[in-house]
Design a protein around this ligand. Structure first.
Ligand code: ZN
Length: 305
């Protein structure tokens, strides 16, 4: 077996584009620093709405194949090469927005057997042995069924991967030191939306989104890591642009298919929810600038924000 890099980061996402919007700067930073960055995307986003009129003929599997190419292009911009689709390409279909008949599709992620889906991720965890896992909160950040299911799969797989009694055929047990959820501190979101109102006249978007449209906004006290992605802002924007069917970028903003402008955050925020450091981290005074800081073996220290 080839030797693994010392620091190993695993991110679990629902659709192509979520990785770049939520974690693009973080992924680019750790890839540039020589850490192993592994992305597992659970579906190909076959039910996403397409923005460019010239591509709106793409639906279903054809859209999934196109979004797979967009994902490859986006992660190339981020310097990330280890990109996997849960269970293989097309194994789990996009479930559509909550409440639609699409949610009943027997092949969609929402209908997936949790332990079977988590089993695919257990194999990845035991292979790449990440110290840090990043995923969504239990509402998937904003209630999309695939995001909720990605959360459940990631959290379940983290448990199963550590249990020696579970699927010994999938490799040696591995305990992930830390699990983080994607977050945006409310004060940061409020300031960004205030600025956006001033910028809107010069942007190609007629209207602003609202804070409620941003996934994972929480009270500032819950933030435990703040990754300054300023040095990787261009890579993040380029990665988001690569998802042209889903995102229109006009820095410092972007819009999804609803054409509502929202801030493009180049600093990314996280809440530590499980593992080493949880007990000792409470409030802004304990905010880390490195997702690995303080994990045994890395010797990092907490840094005040
Ligand atoms: Zn998504």
């Amino acid at each position: 077996m080839t030797e693994l890099p010392a620091r190993r980061l695993l991110l679990v996402h629902a659709h192509p584009d979520d990785e770049s919007i939520n974690n693009g700067a973080t992924m680019a930073r750790y890839a540039a620093e020589g850490a192993q960055v592994t992305l597992v995307t659970c579906t190909l986003g076959e039910r996403g709405e397409v923005i460019p009129p010239g591509l709106r003929h793409l639906t279903g599997a054809a859209l999934g194949a196109h979004r797979h190419q967009e994902l490859t292009a986006a992660t190339r911009e981020l310097g990330v090469t280890d990109v996997r689709l849960l269970g293989g390409a097309g194994r789990y279909r996009d479930s559509g927005m909550m409440g639609l008949p699409d949610n009943e599709d027997p092949d969609c992620l929402w209908q997936a057997d949790l332990d079977e889906a988590a089993g695919h991720l257990v194999a990845v965890i035991r292979e790449v042995r990440p110290q840090v896992l990043v995923t969504y909160d239990d509402n998937g950040g904003y209630g999309h069924p695939d995001h909720i299911q990605a959360h459940r799969i990631a959290m379940r797989a983290a448990d199963l991967a550590a249990d020696p009694a579970v699927r010994p055929d999938l490799g040696e047990p591995w305990r992930i030191a830390r699990v983080y959820w994607n977050r945006v501190p409310r004060s940061v979101a409020e300031a960004a939306f205030a600025q956006l109102q001033d910028d809107l006249a010069g942007l190609p978007f007629a209207k602003s989104a609202a804070i409620e449209d941003v996934p994972g906004v929480v009270a500032d006290e819950r933030i435990t890591a703040r990754v300054d992605g300023t040095a990787h802002a261009a890579a993040k924007a380029a990665a988001m642009r690569a998802h042209a069917t889903q995102i229109e970028v006009a820095e410092p903003c972007f819009a999804l298919s609803n054409e509502l402008a929202q801030p493009l955050f180049t600093t990314e925020y996280y809440e530590l929810v499980r593992g080493e450091g949880v007990a000792g981290v409470a409030g802004v005074a304990g905010v880390h600038s490195d997702l690995f800081a303080g994990i045994a073996g890395f010797g990092g220290t907490e840094e005040a924000s």
